[in-house]
Unconditional design. Structure first.
Length: 357
């Protein structure tokens, strides 16, 4: 990380074997929190595409991006540090605009920042929300972005047949199949440190806290590379795209503490989903129950989700091999969803795949 952030240096030390006792990690969090100054919430960035809210739950909105003929396509944004505008950042960097070319009804699940009264919500609560949102549309083709991907897999295994085709993009599934900065962080840091983070947030994992640990690129050349922009770095076109990215990066979401700790402990540390040990809505999840055709995308330089963590899903689901497609895109994690070349190339393949009967 840049800028000589003292906390970042302390956090990096947690990766070194033997230096991260639970109490030491918690002390780092407390020292860091003492210097944290809360700022007013940043307004949510604009959407690049016209859309309308067709259903609003306590923790989610269902947005419609276009009508058409055929089975609806439902995109599930990740419920993580930043908002769902990652799917619709600006012209030339919009997954929703690319998927709109399918000519089918197109919807997006936008997860909302949690309030103090929602600190006790867990993964089961979000699966219940997903059940309502899918039920509103009937049978759908599902596109899961990052953590929206594994949530969709849980749902597909818990309710077989509800998701007809499934696209996983940068979605961690089998944590032990590969190595990434995020999975190392989760596995090398004591659980007490994560619990301390939630305590410091009053029962929430505050996005503003987490953003200090994992800041987004700000330098023009880094954003240019991330966006795979065709416009020159000194052009007005690129400047507008970079500003849209910065607005998105500056707006963070707060996560319920229960949900956050379940993801860390059961998903990233115990790898329970891939091992067949994850219990959701009262039932052990068996990914073999998923028979739907599957298209998996990964980025070759992904620092959040190693490609192998996504592609390992092919050996865990019940779909036959000839119904499973994998593609490796270029760039890092965010380039998979925002990169202009990836949207033109690998996502065009996804559109063709979704368009097949």
């Amino acid at each position: 990380m840049r800028g000589g952030n003292p906390f970042a240096q302390d956090w990096a030390g947690l990766f070194l074997p033997g230096l991260a006792a639970a109490e030491a990690g918690a002390q780092v969090m407390r020292r860091w929190a003492e210097g944290f100054v809360a700022t007013p919430p940043t307004p949510a960035p604009d959407w690049a595409s016209a859309n309308e809210i067709v259903l609003k739950l306590r923790a989610a909105r269902l947005r419609r991006f276009g009508d058409g003929a055929g089975r609806p396509i439902l995109v599930c944004a990740p419920f993580a540090l930043h908002g769902a505008q990652i799917t619709d950042l600006c012209p030339g960097h919009s997954l929703m605009q690319r998927l709109r070319t399918c000519g089918r009804p197109l919807y997006l699940i936008e997860w909302l920042s949690a309030g103090p009264d929602e600190a006790g919500r867990g993964i089961d609560d979000y699966l219940c929300d997903l059940n309502v949102l899918v039920g509103e549309l009937g049978e759908v083709d599902f596109v899961g972005i990052c953590q929206g991907g594994w949530l969709g897999l849980m749902f597909a295994a818990r309710f077989p047949g509800r998701l007809q085709k499934i696209v996983l993009a940068g979605a961690p599934v089998d944590i032990e199949a590969g190595d990434s900065k995020l999975s190392r962080l989760a596995q090398s840091t004591s659980l007490e440190t994560f619990r301390e983070l939630v305590r410091l947030g009053g029962g929430l994992a505050l996005g503003a806290h987490a953003d200090r640990v994992w800041p987004q690129p700000q330098a023009p050349e880094d954003i240019h590379r991330l966006l795979q922009s065709d416009a020159p770095c000194d052009s007005e076109v690129f400047a507008a795209s970079a500003e849209a990215f910065r607005r998105w990066a500056a707006c963070t979401l707060d996560l319920p503490g229960v949900y956050y700790l379940e993801v860390v402990e059961n998903f990233y540390r115990a790898n329970a989903l891939a091992r067949g040990e994850f219990v959701a809505l009262g039932k052990r999840i068996n990914l073999r129950d998923i028979k739907s055709p599957l298209f998996m995308l990964a980025a070759d330089q992904d620092e959040i989700t190693a490609p192998a963590q996504t592609f390992a899903c092919a050996n865990l689901v019940g779909a036959p091999p000839d119904q499973i497609t994998t593609r490796l895109a270029e760039g890092g994690h965010l380039s998979l969803f925002l990169g202009s070349r990836n949207l033109r190339n690998v996502w065009a393949e996804v559109v063709r795949w979704l368009s097949l009967a």
